[in-house]
Write a protein that binds this ligand. Structure first.
Ligand SMILES: NC(=O)c1ccc[n+]([C@@H]2O[C@H](COP(=O)([O-])OP(=O)(O)OC[C@H]3O[C@@H](n4cnc5c(N)ncnc54)[C@H](O)[C@@H]3O)[C@@H](O)[C@H]2O)c1
Ligand SMILES: [Zn+2]
Length: 361
C-alpha cells in the first residue's frame, strides 16, 4: 500500500548520522515537538541534524494526561504564529504520547503538513511510531479523537533507550513478545535466548528486536491499514489487549503501564487458548517463563474482579455488533481472531487470574 511506503531507520547512533533526517524535511522548515523530559536529552542532537533549516520548537508537559486537544492546539498555534506552510515538517521527538499528539497536529495543519517520527521509548519504537495512527484523548475516552496519518520517515535510535526507566523498557518488551506470539515462532525463540541482553540494553540485541517488531507491525498494517478486515488483519496486533484494556479502564489507567497490562493480557489469552484445546501446557509454560524473565507482571492487580473484567471487556474497540471478539493463539507464532470463544472457558480464565481464585474459591 503506497501510503505505508516510508523508510524506518533503526540502529544505534542514528541521531548522530547527518543522512537520516534532513532529506525528509523537504520545505526546510521544521517544528520540533518534544516534552520537558526528552527535549533536554536529545533536542540539541536533532537540531544538529537539521543544519540549514528554520527550526521552531514546542515543548509539551510530560505525561499521558497531556495527550489532549489543548496540547495539539499548542502545536497548531506555533505552526500558524510562525507562518509555517503546508510544506513544514513536524518532528515528533519522544515517546508514544508526543508521537500521537504531534502526529495528529501534522495530520490536521493545513490538511496535512510533513511528519517525521523520532520515537525514544521502546514502546514507541516497536509500536506507536509505525502504522500511522495518531490522536489525542478525550474526557470520555482514550484515543477518542484522531486520524490515520503516515510519516515521511521513522528514525528509531536504540541508543536513546539508555536513559529510559527500566520499568518503561520492560513494558515495551511486552509488545515485542507479542509480535513473536502472533506471527513469528523463530523470533519468540530468539527472545527467549536474548532476554537478558535486551534487559541490559545491548545495542545489537535491541536493534534486532526493534527491527523485527517494526517489520511485523508494518506487514500487518500494510495488509489492513485502517482495521477493516473482520477476519483478523490488524486486529491480531491486539493479542492480550482486550484483557489489558479492561484492566486499564477499570483501574483508571493508574495501576499499570500499558505494556504491563498487555503482559498480563498475553498470559490470559494463552490460558484461554489452552482451555479451548489449542495451546499445549508446554507452550503456556514458555509464555509464562518469558514474561517472568522480562520482569513483567503475571496477574492483574488485586482490585480486578471477574465482574470488572466482564463489564469492561465488551467496550473494547474489537467488539463488532455487540459481539466480543478475542485474539487467541493456535500455537506460538500463530494467532486467530475468534468471536465464538467458549464463554465458560473465558469465565474460568477470569476466575483463575483474579482474587476470587487466589482467595481459594
Ligand atoms: N499510535 C499508535 O499506534 C500507538 C500504539 C501504541 C501506543 N500508543 C500511545 O503511546 C502512548 C504510550 O507511549 P509510551 O509508552 O512511549 O509513553 P510516554 O510517551 O508517556 O513515555 C513514557 C515516559 O518516558 C519518558 N521518555 C521518553 N523517552 C525517553 C528517553 N529516551 N529517556 C528517558 N525518558 C524518556 C517520557 O517523557 C515519559 O515520561 C499512549 O498514549 C498510547 O496510546 C500509540
Ligand atoms: Zn499495545
Amino acid at each position: 500500500m503506497e501510503s505505508c511506503a516510508y523508510p524506518v531507520f533503526i540502529g544505534a547512533g542514528l541521531l548522530g548520522d547527518a543522512r537520516v533526517l534532513r532529506p525528509f524535511v523537504e520545505g526546510g522548515v521544521a517544528m520540533l515537538v518534544s516534552n520537558e523530559t526528552v527535549a533536554p536529552l536529545f533536542a540539541d542532537r536533532v537540531r544538529g541534524l537539521l543544519g540549514d533549516c528554520r527550526v521552531h520548537m514546542v515543548n509539551l508537559p510530560d505525561g499521558e494526561r497531556h495527550k489532549t486537544l489543548d496540547s495539539m492546539a499548542r502545536i497548531i498555534n506555533a505552526l500558524a504564529e510562525n507562518r509555517c506552510g503546508r510544506d513544514a515538517t513536524v518532528i515528533a521527538l519522544g515517546g508514544g504520547v508526543v508521537g500521537d499528539v504531534a502526529g495528529f497536529a501534522a495530520a490536521c495543519y493545513q490538511r496535512g503538513a510533513g511528519l517525521v517520527q523520532i520515537p525514544t521509548t521502546l514502546l514507541a519504537q516497536v509500536d506507536a511510531a509505525v502504522g500511522g495512527k495518531t490522536g489525542v484523548n478525550h474526557a470520555a475516552g482514550k484515543n477518542l479523537i484522531g486520524a490515520f496519518y503516515q510519516p515521511k520517515c521513522v528514525i528509531a535510535d536504540s541508543d536513546t533507550l539508555h536513559s529510559l526507566d527500566q520499568r518503561e523498557l520492560r513494558a515495551g518488551l511486552a509488545e515485542v513478545i507479542k509480535y513473536g506470539l502472533i506471527r513469528d515462532a523463530g523470533f519468540f525463540a530468539w527472545l527467549e535466548e536474548n532476554m537478558e541482553k535486551l534487559l541490559r540494553r545491548d545495542s545489537d540485541a535491541l536493534a534486532r528486536a526493534i527491527g523485527q517488531s517494526c517489520r511485523h507491525k508494518a506487514a500487518v498494517v500494510a495488509a489492513d491499514e485502517k482495521e477493516n478486515t473482520a477476519a483478523g488483519g490488524r486486529a491480531l496486533l491486539n493479542l492480550g489487549h482486550t484483557f489489558a484494556h479492561a484492566m486499564e479502564a477499570a483501574l483508571d489507567y493508574r495501576a499499570l503501564l500499558h505494556g504491563e497490562a498487555v503482559a498480563v493480557g498475553l498470559l490470559m489469552a494463552a490460558d484461554l487458548s489452552r482451555r479451548m484445546g489449542w495451546l499445549g501446557d508446554g507452550a503456556v509454560a514458555r509464555i509464562e517463563r518469558i514474561i517472568g524473565e522480562a520482569g513483567l507482571p503475571a496477574s492483574p492487580p488485586a482490585a480486578m474482579t471477574v465482574e470488572k473484567f466482564l463489564r469492561f471487556m465488551p467496550m473494547d474497540k474489537k467488539s463488532r455488533g455487540g459481539k466480543m471478539r478475542l485474539v487467541l493463539l493456535e500455537e506460538i507464532g500463530r494467532a486467530r481472531v475468534v468471536a465464538d470463544h467458549d464463554a465458560d472457558g473465558l469465565r474460568a480464565t477470569l476466575r483463575a487470574f483474579t482474587a476470587e481464585r487466589r482467595g481459594g474459591v
